[in-house]
Write a protein that binds this ligand. Sequence first.
Ligand SMILES: Cc1cc2nc3c(=O)[nH]c(=O)nc-3n(C[C@H](O)[C@H](O)[C@H](O)COP(=O)(O)OP(=O)(O)OC[C@H]3O[C@@H](n4cnc5c(N)ncnc54)[C@H](O)[C@@H]3O)c2cc1C
Length: 487
Amino acid sequence: MPVARKKSMTWWDTSSGKQREKSCHKREGFLVSCTNLNETVMFYTRRYTEMTENNRHASVAIVGGGLAGLSAAAILARAGHAVTIFEKSSHPGGRATTKQHDAFFFNQGAHALYQGGHGETLLNELGVSYSGASPDPGSYLALDGEKLHALPTGVGSMLGTTLLKLGAKGELIRLFSTLKQIRIADIQNVSLQDWLEQRIQHPQVRRFLLAGARIATYTNAPELLSAGLLLPLLTARVRYLDGGWQTLVDGLWQAAQQAGAQMVTHARVAAIEVGEEGHTVRQADGTRHAASAVLLATDPGTASDLIANGTHEALSRWAAQSVPARAACLDVALRRLPEPGHLVALGIDRPLYYSVHSAYAKLAPEGGALIHVMKYLRPDDPAEPETTRQEMEKMLDRVQPGWRTEVVKQYFLPHMIVSNAIIQAKQGGLSGRPGPAIPGVRNLYVAGDWVGPEGQLSDASFASARSAATMIMTTLAAQKGSYAVTG
Ligand SMILES: Cc1cc2nc3c(=O)[nH]c(=O)nc-3n(C[C@H](O)[C@H](O)[C@H](O)COP(=O)(O)OP(=O)(O)OC[C@H]3O[C@@H](n4cnc5c(N)ncnc54)[C@H](O)[C@@H]3O)c2cc1C
């Protein structure tokens, strides 16, 4: 077994998901001695080398270069697979792409990374660095009618706010003090609407929790949304990122590329021709690419269309049952902020959100401001763009009077898909989400924000990418008669 001469040995530990490194002295052909390595580690090291050598011949094709595709590519390339990403657009990133205008960084709508979530964990393991800060919940405002109130996010703001009457405050305090006693597993298949009707007496508390659910899940469909999702997210903290989410896209692609992954851009995949031993990726221009395994890191509709002309039973069912969470986004760069004290506001009587992301992250030049306004759309809302925009601008008029004369640049995105699938009670909540393995087809997987039992939004993309990559590594290693290191 030929082994290249090198001073350190790195391997991807599939059990911990961490990269490991040991210093070694090797002679051509086999391992001679390794400092501080016992026999067991030497055994695993040899096995790793075999697996890596095997995997180098096992190619993996990934359709879609968003966060899910890039994350899976980095993991798989580091494990020694020959990875090729096919991305239909001119660049990777998908919905996590950031546009730059002068020194303003525009994410596509308000993006916030969950602290301690699946995304942060994987990014840290892959060595993808980013910086940023959390908004201060103590400064959040609530917009109800034309009035601004303090948004109750803690005991202080709860007692002081004019948003809630005394009875509502009492009920909310009682709810928060008993949150830990609620068994989340028991309410996964209960809709938020039913749960609120059963558990909450005061109409003001219901309205407040509905607004909280919108901001926490980007979903405006309480009759569909699993109640199991809301409660843990009510206390979740987030981070706005310096330079926008492009830093994650760039960092992930760099990690994947450094490990040998390749990307073909302007490459719309038209079909996956499923085979016994491997599959063939067929691009719209007719180019074909053979791969041992394929990961579909796209939306569910595309994933379904790519296999057997959309007739694969499970994939077409998954696509049909997915109800996307949509939003209209107004992203605005201002020369200056007319009302510096108004940084975050949540609509109580309307499904609107406003936040000055540049107050917490480096997204605007000195003195300037980068603002996101968002309308959480109901699944059946046709969201006529002009009316929607006027509604969102009206919110800005209220929280930042005079903003119109300060505009440097703005983008209006009337129909964004925030998540490809609302986490629905009737599907059993998180555990009802499909994939990553596709029933009945070997070496074919899905990943994305609609896949797998962990996380929501980008956290689901990260978690399912890791899970799909692990399954691919395990299956291909087993097929080659080797197996993954569990050191
Ligand atoms: C307005 C808005 C706000 C958001 N806010 C948050 C937030 O605060 N926190 C959070 O965690 N998440 C948030 N998200 C969600 C987050 O952006 C997504 O979950 C994440 O970026 C999805 O990554 P992905 O790789 O799964 O999918 P995508 O980004 O959709 O990537 C799929 C890729 O596949 C490519 N593709 C599709 N079909 C083909 C084909 N046939 N051939 C080749 N390529 C193809 C696409 O071009 C795309 O690049 C938000 C999203 C939006 C829109």
